[in-house]
Design a protein around this ligand. Structure first.
Ligand SMILES: O=C(O)C1=C[C@@H](OP(=O)(O)O)[C@@H](O)[C@H](O)C1
Ligand SMILES: C=C(OP(=O)(O)O)C(=O)O
Length: 432
């Protein structure tokens, strides 16, 4: 029951107002903070992103007994009251909950989708075990599902963790730090990937009254209390990136995204700077951002996306569509996201004759054989961003079909209906 969608765009002018849902990243952090603060901190503007809705359901009703239907993929419950929490494809939530459950007064099995069972979590589990947590692997060493005993007996306040696999491990530890009896001194070894997400975590903890110190590669948070406050979740800048891509591929654009500010906590707001290279102006006024396009030659040839990995598909597809043979760095983490995003990009870009060539840690687009078909089916690999990053191509390809329309729900459920607001036409194709 995964219907496809076919979209087209009869006009190359894109004008309209799009109210984006709340940031998945901010919302997931706010929900964990709300739970750890025992309700002192409240969340305003909870995101519609399916990952955030799922996390809210788990954290806001923590003590529901497990039922047979929650048993996932043949996992047998060993005791009657062992709760099985299935987080589906939500990577951020999986990592945050792994740390969160070490503090709770219950033993759980934390599992997820088939893909989740291939997304590494060993670096975080090792760090939590050094802190004193009792966590074991139910299937494969280093991967979910996990059995987490709760009631951590903290043995040390100082640990170190690799920074180059996923920043989500670091955020998971920082979020529980104020509740750890000995607090936390976290040393980040080597390079830190996705750094703005760590900064977002610290800024949101600060909004909740939690002080930190970040000196060189050590972040310290003492045991401390949350304050009574509410946290406002901003609209999602990663979702905004698809509107920038639409503007960049349109002949004329005038798109208003209410609620977005130039001083966002989200690193993906850097899309304003990236897309300035493609002639998109971002004007912050009327309580949001107005995007307009002026054609201009694209000069920038190298894009480093290490701080904003979720923008990679958007930017690479725009370059491919415009035949701009750019080079990309900082894509190392893309292979362990919702799908192997490098392989998925290579497969789908091949459908318009574009190659994404891997040379060590550098990726280069070859558009020499680019061709625009009359119609194309893009596969989506259970990855919301594959669907949303390729959708703007309907401006230059007469008919574009996407596998599994509902894939966008993970972060942006209204995506297809929002497209209609700027003149796309969408048609669901019968259930398969
Ligand atoms: O902390 C977060 O909210 C996120 C961090 C990033 O992951 P990595 O740190 O694994 O790159 C990003 O890709 C993900 O969508 C959300
Ligand atoms: C990588 C992503 O999400 P997660 O890691 O939370 O599954 C994403 O939204 O692009």
């Amino acid at each position: 029951m995964k219907p496809n969608i076919i979209i087209s765009k009869p006009s190359c002018v894109s004008k309209g107002t799009i109210q984006l849902t709340g940031s998945k990243s901010e919302c997931n952090r706010a929900l964990v903070i709300e739970a750890l603060s025992k309700g002192k901190v409240k969340v305003d503007n909870v995101s519609d992103a399916a990952d955030a809705v799922l996390l809210a359901g788990i954290l806001r009703k923590p003590k529901v007994e497990s039922s047979k239907s929650e048993v996932f993929n043949g996992l047998e419950l060993t005791t009657q009251d062992l709760r099985v929490v299935n987080i589906g494809p939500a990577g951020t939530a999986m990592r945050f909950l792994t740390a969160y459950f070490t503090l709770q007064d219950e033993e759980v099995i934390l599992t997820g989708s088939e893909r989740m069972k291939q997304r590494p979590i060993g670096v975080l589990v090792d760090a939590l075990q050094v802190l004193g947590a009792d966590i074991s692997y139910e299937e494969n060493e280093g991967f979910p599902p996990l059995k987490i005993a709760g009631n951590i007996q903290q043995k040390t306040g100082r640990i170190s963790i690799k920074g180059n696999i996923s920043s989500q491990y670091i955020t998971a530890l920082l979020l529980i730090a104020p509740n750890l009896p000995l607090g936390l001194e976290l040393e980040i070894e080597g390079d830190l990937t996705s750094r703005p997400y760590v900064e977002m975590t610290l800024a949101m903890l600060q909004q909740a009254g939690i002080q930190h110190n970040w000196a060189d590669n050590v972040i310290s948070i003492a045991k401390q209390d949350f304050k009574e406050t509410s946290i406002w979740v901003e609209p999602d800048w990663s979702a905004a990136s698809y509107w920038y891509a639409i503007a960049a591929l349109s002949d004329e654009a005038d798109i208003f995204l209410p609620g977005l500010t130039s001083y966002s906590l989200q690193g993906d707001s850097v899309i304003t700077e990236i897309m300035a290279n493609f002639g998109i102006t971002s004007q912050f006024k009327d309580g949001g951002v107005h995007l307009t396009r002026e054609p201009k030659p694209i000069v920038r040839k190298i894009f480093d996306l290490k701080s904003c990995p979720d923008l990679a598909q958007t930017v690479i597809v725009v370059c491919a569509a415009l035949g701009h043979e750019a080079t990309f760095t900082g894509l190392e983490t893309l292979k362990i996201k919702e799908t192997d995003r490098i392989a998925a990009l290579q497969n789908e870009l091949a459908k318009i004759g574009v190659k994404l060539i891997e040379k060590g840690q550098v990726y280069k687009l070859d558009c020499s054989e680019k061709q625009i078909p009359q119609r194309v089916l893009f596969n989506t690999y259970e990855d919301h961003r594959m669907a949303m990053a390729f959708a703007p191509l309907a401006i230059i390809i007469p008919e574009v079909e996407f596998e599994d329309a509902n894939v966008v729900e993970k972060s942006y459920p209204a995506f297809w209906t929002d497209l209609e607001k700027v003149g796309f036409v969408g048609k669901m194709k019968g259930e398969r």
